[in-house]
Design a protein around this ligand. Sequence first.
Ligand SMILES: Nc1nc2c(c(=O)[nH]1)N=C([C@H](O)[C@@H](O)CO)CN2
Length: 148
Amino acid sequence: MDIVFIKGLRIETVIGIYDWEKAIRQPVVLDIEMGTDVRRGATSDKIEDALDYKAVSKRLKQFVSESRFELVETLAERCAAIILEEFSVPWVRLSLNKIGAVTDAEGVGVIIERMASSDSIGSRSDAANDGVGIADDDRESAPSMSSQ
Ligand SMILES: Nc1nc2c(c(=O)[nH]1)N=C([C@H](O)[C@@H](O)CO)CN2
């Protein structure tokens, strides 16, 4: 199996077990590996035949930034479920790092590995690759190299 990955996806969210944490937004960083077969996309050279890491990133940014959970475990499980179900990924490994949560630690969090249930494999949903909700970040032209 091949892997499409997303590394260092930083998203602000409401997360934590303490009352003060429920009143602020904190960053979490996701590292994701998604099992796939890249040969179809490599053969056609078309994004329709590939697992679109940008579409996955966009969906997770939307979900995580709007979510409110106490445990990193819960947020990680929900993100993995979105990847498996909405993008027809058969296997995912997801690391969720709550950076800054523990003084003197680079990060804390969870790493989970999940597989899709056998009846959902192969039933790719529309959300996976239909370009839903294209935002400014989804421009087809190259981003400006200007620093302003
Ligand atoms: N296994 C976990 N342990 C802890 C969590 C968590 O989500 N999972 N959360 C906290 C607090 O919210 C902490 O991050 C605040 O600094 C403590 N332990």
